[in-house]
Design a protein around this ligand. Sequence first.
Ligand code: SF4
Length: 498
Amino acid sequence: MRIEIVNSSVSGQCALKQGAGGGIFPSGIDLIQTRAQMNTDIANAAPAADGSNTRKVYVKTYGCQMNVYDSERMADALSKDGYQTTDNPQDADLLLLNTCHIREKAAEKVYSELGRIRQMKQTLAEQGRELMVGVAGCVAQAEGQEIIRRAPIVDIVIGPQTYHRLPQAIARARKGEKVVETEYAIEDKFEHLPQPDRKVIAKRGVSAFLTVQEGCDKFCTFCVVPYTRGSEVSRSVAQIDTEARMLVAAGVREITLLGQNVNAWHGQGNDGTEWGLGALLRQLSQIDGLERLRYTTSHPRDMDDALIGAHHDLQKLMPYLHLPIQSGSNSVLKAMNRRHTVKDYLDLIGRIRQARPDIALSGDFIVGFPGETDEDFEDTMRLVETVRYAQAFSFKYSPRPGTPGAERDDHIAEDVKSQRLQRLQALLREHQIAFADGCVGQTIDLLLEKPGRDPGQLIGRSPWLQPVIVNANPSQIGDIVKVRITRTGTNSLYADCV
Ligand code: SF4
């Protein structure tokens, strides 16, 4: 399966966008295909070379880590139905677009992709081959039947809460039905999803995602997530623990817990009491062989003392926290319905840094939210100067249909947004470089994840999630080694083994 990260964010609050090598993706995502390459692949589609009858699925993933996880789980569900994943759309019998609704004009981009796929499907039909097309994810949830109406080549539309029903949907589509599965399922999809076998997990790499929470009840006024992913739902401790142990047994060394509001996770613990994410992390940290834990994305309002305490106590919990604020202005935060102030956020940062002094902070910013004044923007610049993020993601506000922000009549002019964004990004970049420079000369633990670009190189992640390039033997993938950082690259660090 190829996974193309067209854009990345766990939630609408974190409009993350990361270039190659600069992101937060574990090595489980071993192939990142460019959109241009995908288009070329589609245009050149031809029958499978081997002419075999094995059914193959090509999954194209847009968006956040949660979609990456979902794509893997859809592939797991399909493997039990006889499908093998393929990296080549030309070989596919089933082409699945796992879509994201965060970015501007997300639906239109999917429709134009479907236009290209229509040509491919036609070419294959002329050659006597059948291609089934499915649209999954948040655009599927938001558009539903409209996708079939506008793109009749689509056979299946399936929302994020129902993808465990994919094999049945395919069976219905094979009989000629146009299937739309966007109702929120009563059953727990995770209970109905098969687990991948060890070989599949091992192929995905030593760092894995594990979704523990889905949905959002916060209703930030710029964000579509509550409408596409539904209310906050937490998976049970038992489910999460079992899945984590299975990943570790297959060679995973690092797990990143995922959720649109991951730190809103809660559930009944083994002791019968209600647990929050801090207690869950403590439980998972006891798994032998699991060396590193991370989680993303967090909301400041759900950062409780137990979670901060986990950062203090758990060495396996990496000293990196993605904690979006979006704006440094109280009036903009209020307009965004963030329900916390700048002071609340800074106080929180202070407590977190006290608990874990070496923690690196990451954030998200939206500039030019409707009504944002010059002074509001200067407040954001002051906040950034105060916090000094190790990494941050920033975007111009763009309206999402159906959200309260989109309905406002005080939108900011594009050129003003652009100027503000440029200034903000220059400052964020300055801090990111300063943080990276501060790493030079340090000896750190590096989890070796995958081969680098040049022979003899491996790429790993620092505790602060930076990609680190080191000369090492491929047999060391999965090892945590001591390295000394020697220099910085554009979005990475270079190191020598010590
Ligand atoms: S509405 Fe929920 S998912 Fe969207 S930005 Fe706000 S907290 Fe995040």
